[in-house]
Design a protein around this ligand. Structure first.
Ligand code: CUA
Length: 483
């Protein structure tokens, strides 16, 4: 039997020498070169039938070889080989085609099925156990089909379990406006999509980890894949359509929750560091620290921020809708409360020291209850009622972020306990009696008289704009009862 002409290509001299030694006299080595350029310079009569390429020389790309060498070659085979110590792994066109020296020698002895034009293959390459290693082949595709069926079933089951678990978790407080309907519907749809995507990713990943893990003494490379156009089109088109559908549903939902309603009542909301005030221009009510609303009446909330440097956010979780309040930018929300109950406005932008305290009571009342509250707001108050309003005001205005009524030391601002009509030591060394005038000045001009041990510039200086004279009086009445 005639020996095959073999060309060895590698940038590593050890590889070239190693292969020559392994081949011994079983092959006719026509050359051992370092790159394709040198290979091209071989004499015409010494054209190789087999090219052994160093699989670990990444610069030796098969694609570069094709236009360079013998374009009319019809019986040329390129074998990619890895040398690791005394171990040799044979690759064919980047496919694992054998697992050792014997395979290479068998190939060199002409034990291949037929001679093929360069770059083609009439049948799938096989590994040393005769298993097909190319996934494009029908026999292999059947094999993968089985995996895909199992994975599909697992994805469906995992989606169902995820949905079941997610549906048992009370994510949301019960809705309390008509606007909550479209929001919750869209969210439920998102949860379905999320459960499916979670299942898709986790099942494929865990299945691959378990089923295709390295077994026993396997040490070959995995299958080589050259892309899959169908798959890439599929995973582009399906998410694109999904996103478009969600965009459309989102736009429709947004239009529903922002649409003007008949018979709306305007309520003006003002945010400040750190509290809320609500005015009812149609009812002549100003600066209420509580947001009281009649049930089933559409409300048009017109909102603004009194601050110049931070963003607040109007958010009542049960109402579902929320709105940022950027200084200088008027904002609005439309809500139709449909469930009687007590809720809280929670500022939903981190806005400073008192952010946590930036809450406002929300009471959705029946019409009679709401009317009674409006009347009560307009009535002449006793000192006790004024003190109660003052307490509501300081609680709703973030004051308690810095001041306490317990007398505990260490607050950002002085305690209010026992303050009224007592001597106060000021930072400039003087003392003053905490009478009504001092208290009022301390609210509207907080840096005027700093109490010893406290820092100027911390308390907002815009309370004269926020609170009416009456409201300042309510607060003073409240301080009076804090013995
Ligand atoms: Cu205002 Cu957080």
């Amino acid at each position: 039997m005639t020996k095959e002409r073999v060309l060895i290509v590698s940038t590593h001299p050890l590889f070239r020498d190693g292969i020559i030694r392994l081949l011994g006299d079983q092959a006719d080595v026509v050359g051992a070169v370092t790159n394709w350029q040198e290979a091209q310079e071989l004499p015409a009569g010494r054209r190789p039938q087999v090219i052994i390429v160093d699989h670990d020389s990444p610069e030796l790309k098969e694609a570069d070889l094709a236009p360079l060498l013998w374009p009319d070659a019809s019986d040329l085979r390129v074998i990619y080989v890895t040398l690791a110590g005394d171990k040799m792994v044979v690759h064919e066109r980047h496919q694992v085609a054998g697992a050792g020296e014997a395979d290479l020698l068998r190939a060199l002895k002409g034990e291949r099925q037929e001679t093929l034009p360069y770059g083609q293959s009439s049948q799938p390459p096989q590994d040393s156990q005769g298993r097909v290693t190319r996934m494009e082949q029908p026999s292999q595709r059947r094999n993968y089909t089985r995996h895909f069926i199992i994975v599909t079933v697992l994805v469906v089951i995992t989606t169902a379990i995820s949905l079941f678990i997610l549906s048992r978790i009370p994510w949301l407080l019960p809705p309390a406006t008509t606007q909550a309907g479209p929001v919750d519907a869209l969210l439920s749809l998102h949860v379905v999509a999320i459960a499916f995507l979670f299942a898709l990713v986790m099942v494929f990943m865990l299945y691959s980890l378990v089923v295709f893990r390295r077994k026993g003494d396997e040490d070959g490379d995995g299958d080589h894949f050259e892309g899959n156009t169908k798959l890439e089109i599929t995973w582009t088109i399906i998410p694109l359509i999904t996103v478009l559908i969600f965009s459309y549903l989102g736009a429709v939902g947004l239009r529903q929750v922002t649409a003007a309603q008949p018979n709306e009542m305007v309520v003006e909301a003002t945010a400040f560091s750190f509290g809320w005030q609500f005015s009812y221009p149609e009812l002549g009510l100003q600066n209420s620290p509580k947001l009281n609303l009649p049930v089933d009446r559409p409300i048009h909330l017109k909102m603004q921020s009194r601050d110049t440097d931070v963003i607040h956010n109007f958010w009542v979780p049960e109402f579902r809708v929320k709105q940022d309040l950027v200084p200088g930018v008027p904002a609005e929300l439309r809500i139709t409360p449909n469930r009687i109950g007590n809720y809280l406005v929670r500022c939903n932008e981190l806005c400073g020291t008192g952010h946590t305290y930036m809450l406002a009571e929300v009471n959705v009342l029946d019409q009679a209850g709401f009317d009674a509250w409006v009347e009560e707001q307009k009535a002449v108050l006793s000192p006790e009622q004024m003190a109660q309003r003052g307490e509501d005001l300081v609680n709703a205005s973030g004051c308690i972020a810095c001041h306490n009524i317990t007398g505990d030391p260490g607050g950002i601002g002085p305690t209010w306990k026992g303050m009224f009509n007592h001597q106060v030591q000021l930072a400039d060394g003087s003392t003053v009696v905490a009478d009504e005038e001092y208290l009022k000045n301390s609210i509207i001009d907080p840096n005027g008289q700093i109490v010893a041990g406290y820092n100027p510039g911390l308390m907002p200086a815009n309370y004269a704009d926020l609170f009416s004279e009456e409201q300042l009086q309510y607060m003073i009445e409240y301080f009076k009862i804090l013995e």
